[in-house]
Design a protein around this ligand. Structure first.
Ligand code: ZN
Length: 393
């Protein structure tokens, strides 16, 4: 598989460099790229030093050119930066497709990828799918396959709870809702950090390599780099999973969600806090809510960053200016109202007046305009073995 990824990268870079060389002659981008493609198949491939190309799947270079075409289109439209060469140290990936239309992917432990062969999967496919294009990528030494399938939209959502629900995001408790629900984040970070620190300590005497001095990394150091990459990948997967699940559950249950503008908390110049904030992924949380809200019918409202959600007393409306970041309990100095800080903040968000809303994403969808039936594209991703298990079988 690494060979195919290398092939894909080679073709991309090959096309890219010839593209820049051919800028002088007048032609459209698509004509230029098809000329480069011909050059690859008719000239370069025939040279003896490129004989290896013949051994690899031809769908790889077809798709590489496709990626290149898209990259140039996006660049011309000003949607993306100028395409740059792909490097070996970047993420390894390549795409193959079936040239005879869609193929059936059977449920079970094995997957047959067009033109590549059959591979054993780490987790079995739960059902059979039909798809045409397969992308194979490598994260921290493990190969994954992902493909798009057509799926039916879920039937219209009937929310359990209408009305406005405030969400207070915090470090000790990931989210506190105005109805009292508390959502705790998994703490992979702390655990992983300890593990990472241990791994780093054990590598203290390894020859890690310094390119400037021309010192190469030792084999043990390479193994160590692999281990560290795996740890990072695990943490990031756990976090993504948590955020995806939490946002879906929230949008299913509640009709209108109110969150505070995260810049306030994100920008608090508190080093300890900022690390925790970035670990928890508050920004990703908000982005996911905004993305998904259109699927579930409902609203996500962002409350102005100057709205004092945690300092305002919800009983007497006075502002508790003396409230410190570490105070977990809110005790109103004027009326004595006592409540958990996060809960009181969440309720304040839910009750905030309309003027405090800075952005509002979402839509009302009545039951008649149900989405059921309109197909969507879903991406399915499956792990398919380690580096060692590379190859057909
Ligand atoms: Zn009060």
């Amino acid at each position: 598989m690494a060979k195919h990824a290398g092939f894909s990268r080679f073709v991309y870079n090959y096309g890219l460099s010839l593209f820049w060389d051919s800028l002088d002659c007048k032609a459209s981008d698509s004509k230029r790229i098809s000329a480069i493609k011909k050059c690859l198949t008719n000239v370069t491939k025939k040279k003896s030093e490129y004989a290896w190309i013949g051994e690899l799947s031809s769908r790889v270079y077809q798709n590489s050119f496709q990626t290149l075409t898209t990259a140039f289109k996006r660049w011309r439209k000003g949607l993306a930066d100028k395409p740059t060469p792909k490097l070996k140290k970047h993420r390894q990936s390549f795409t193959v497709d079936s040239s005879n239309g869609k193929v059936l992917v059977r449920e079970g432990k094995h997957i047959k990828i067009p033109t590549l062969g059959t591979f054993r999967l780490q987790e079995p496919l739960k059902e059979s799918y039909i798809s045409q294009t397969f992308t194979i990528s490598c994260t921290a030494g493990e190969w994954y396959v992902s493909f798009a399938v057509d799926a039916e939209r879920i039937s219209p959502i009937v929310h359990e709870i209408y009305g406005k629900t405030g969400i207070d995001l915090g470090v000790s408790c990931f989210a506190t809702l105005s109805d009292g629900t508390e959502i705790l984040a998994p703490k992979p970070s702390k655990q992983a950090k300890t593990k990472l620190a241990k791994t780093q300590y054990s590598a203290r005497n390894k020859q890690l390599g310094k390119r400037k001095l021309g010192v190469k990394a030792s084999n043990n150091a390479k193994k160590y780099f692999q281990r560290v990459a795996k740890l990072h990948a695990k943490v990031s997967n756990q976090r993504k999973d948590f955020l995806q699940q939490t946002t879906t559950n929230l949008l299913r249950k509640y009709h209108t969600l109110r969150i505070e503008d995260l810049n306030v908390k994100g920008m608090i110049a508190n080093r300890k806090l900022s690390s925790a904030v970035s670990d928890l992924g508050f920004y990703e949380f908000r982005n996911l809510l905004n993305q998904k809200v259109n699927w579930y019918a409902g609203f996500v409202e962002v409350v102005d960053r100057w709205y004092p959600s945690s300092k305002l007393c919800r009983k007497c409306n006075s502002k508790h200016t003396g409230l410190k970041l570490k105070d977990r309990l809110f005790v109103c100095p004027s009326c004595g109202h006592t409540e958990a800080r996060d809960l009181q903040a969440a309720i304040n968000l839910a009750n905030a007046s309309e003027e405090c809303i800075t952005t509002r994403v979402g839509s009302i969808r009545s039951k008649d305009t149900a989405l059921a039936g309109s197909p969507i594209k879903l991406r399915v991703r499956y792990a398919c073995g380690h580096d060692a298990a590379d190859g057909h079988g």
